[in-house]
Design a protein around this ligand. Structure first.
Ligand code: ADP
Ligand code: TRP
Length: 330
């Protein structure tokens, strides 16, 4: 099949580097669930990418299993979507190499995450840090993905993937690879509990998706709110308060009234936080229950991944065959 004739596909991945949080859910995972209905879906755990930051080999596989359990609990359906582990489809490493031969170094040096990570680890600016987005491009292009659901921090990687595909096609003189597009939710950047940074595992400013109500309550009560509001009687500024912003997501029909209560100092931050904590726990309660059911089925996630790898590999081999032929490998 040519790059343009295949049915529409959605693909995305996440690194297994910690607990899933509400930023993941509202920024990306919610779209995984929605889009599996309309597209042929491929969702994978990016364990090869995780090697750039995970130091403890023994933690990697349990994190893979935990992440997939969270996806299934959130509604990703193994009967509809192909769920797999990146390293179980070694073809991706081969495509990564082939793409690297047409990717200018300057493009990679300009990627914001490369600059950030190099600044964070000046003593370990390794090749993989630079090559990271080429491997990500290979992930996407190997499955002829049309749409890639991600949060807005991934947009630069998606743009680069499009450029890499375009340049490769130009070199081949024909459309061998399909150019994908990012798919954002209406909350493409969920802010963290510190109120200033994106919610993120590495910053520890997150609320876990399947946290129990007590854990969620403690975290929300510790969140930074409107810092200009020193006393309970001072008027609040909901547009500057992250707890109020989260109410937009968790109290959709009611957030304007909550905001008004803050503005007029009728309600205090503590009330608004308590309500948010309750709303978050209620929202994720069905997923927590499903997560426990999945945990009670030993071997289930492994089975899903084994089946997923076989399906993904068949698709990957076909694309790689097309690519190899186009570059003259026989
Ligand atoms: P983290 O920053 O917590 O390490 P990842 O980089 O593993 O998260 O992100 C996995 C997916 O979830 C990506 O598509 C990313 O864009 C999305 N995502 C992560 N955090 C957020 C957030 N705070 N808001 C929106 N989307 C997010
Ligand atoms: N870089 C992504 C992140 O940090 C993970 C990722 C790897 C990915 N390969 C991908 C996302 C392919 C979408 C498509 O979240």
């Amino acid at each position: 099949m040519s790059a343009t004739a295949a049915p529409h596909r959605v693909l995305s991945g996440m690194q297994p580097t910690g607990r899933m949080h509400i930023g993941h859910y509202f920024g990306a995972l919610r779209n995984y669930v929605r889009m599996q209905e309309q597209y042929r879906a491929f969702y994978f755990v990016a364990d090869l990418h995780a090697l750039t930051t995970v130091d403890e080999p023994a933690e990697l596989w349990p994190s893979v299993i935990a992440m997939v359990a969270d996806w299934i609990a959130a509604g990703v359906d193994p009967e509809r979507a192909t769920i797999f582990v990146q390293s179980h489809v070694p073809e991706v490493a081969e495509l990564h190499w082939i793409l690297s031969t047409t990717t200018p170094l300057g493009w990679l040096e300009r990627v914001p995450t490369f600059k950030e990570k190099s600044a964070q680890h000046p003593d370990n600016i390794n090749y993989a840090l630079l090559g990271y987005p080429v491997l990500q491009s290979a992930d996407i292009l190997l499955y002829d993905a049309d749409r890639v659901p991600v949060g807005d921090d991934q947009l630069a990687h998606l743009e680069l993937t499009r450029e890499i595909a375009r340049r490769f096609n130009h070199r081949c003189g024909k459309p061998v690879l399909r150019e994908p597009k990012a798919e954002l939710t209406d909350t493409p950047r969920v802010m963290g509990l510190d109120g200033v940074n994106k919610m993120s595992k590495s910053r520890g400013n997150y609320i876990p998706m399947t946290g129990d109500p007590e854990e969620v309550r403690k975290l929300v009560m510790g969140a930074v709110t409107d810092e200009t509001r020193a006393y309970r009687t001072d008027p609040g500024h909901p547009e500057k308060c992250n707890v109020c912003q989260l109410h937009r997501v968790f109290s959709p029909g009611e957030y304007e009234a909550i905001w008004e209560g803050e503005r007029t100092a009728t309600t205090g931050c503590v009330d608004t936080k308590k309500l948010l904590a309750e709303r978050i726990s209620t929202y994720f309660e069905p997923m927590r229950a499903r997560r426990l059911e999945i945990e009670a089925r030993p071997g289930y996630v492994e089975e899903v991944l084994e089946k997923g790898a076989a399906t993904a590999r068949a698709v990957a081999r076909e694309t790689l065959g097309r690519v190899k032929e186009a570059v003259g490998l026989r």
